[in-house]
Design a protein around this ligand. Structure first.
Ligand code: ZN
Length: 125
């Protein structure tokens, strides 16, 4: 009988442990994506943006000056401009921008999903 009680107690402790882990994971997802886009912080490198973003900027995210120049160089390259503006503008550099932009679009899409909104409701302080 004591063994049955011990097994039930252990199962209950394991269930609470799994719930606590799930709570921490949900909190981490909410925290990582809830502050993903701050208009005063560069979306690419994370540095604070001194000047407010230019309203007419064609960039889809707030960038600091150097990251905006890199993004625009990437766009020119994608539109067929074959001139290499900097030695690091390699195919891998272009792939990094392509993957980063795809990641940002996927994050935006997830932020608008009902599941993410439910997660944010559950994790508002
Ligand atoms: Zn930047």
């Amino acid at each position: 009988m004591a063994e049955v009680i011990d097994l039930k107690r252990r199962a209950g402790a394991q269930r609470k442990e799994r719930q606590a882990l799930a709570q921490r994971r949900a909190g981490a997802v909410a925290a990582a994506l809830s502050c993903g886009l701050c208009p005063r912080r560069c979306a690419h490198c994370g540095l604070a943006i001194e000047d407010p973003p230019i309203a007419s900027s064609p960039a889809p995210y707030p960038f600091c000056g150097p990251c905006l120049e890199e993004y625009q160089a990437y766009c020119r390259r994608e539109q067929g401009d074959a001139s290499v503006e900097a030695f690091w503008h390699s195919p891998q550099w272009a792939e990094m921008w392509r993957a980063w932009l795809a990641h940002m679009r996927a994050s935006d899409h997830f932020r608008r999903s009902p599941e993410f909104l439910r997660l944010m409701d559950a994790h508002q302080d």
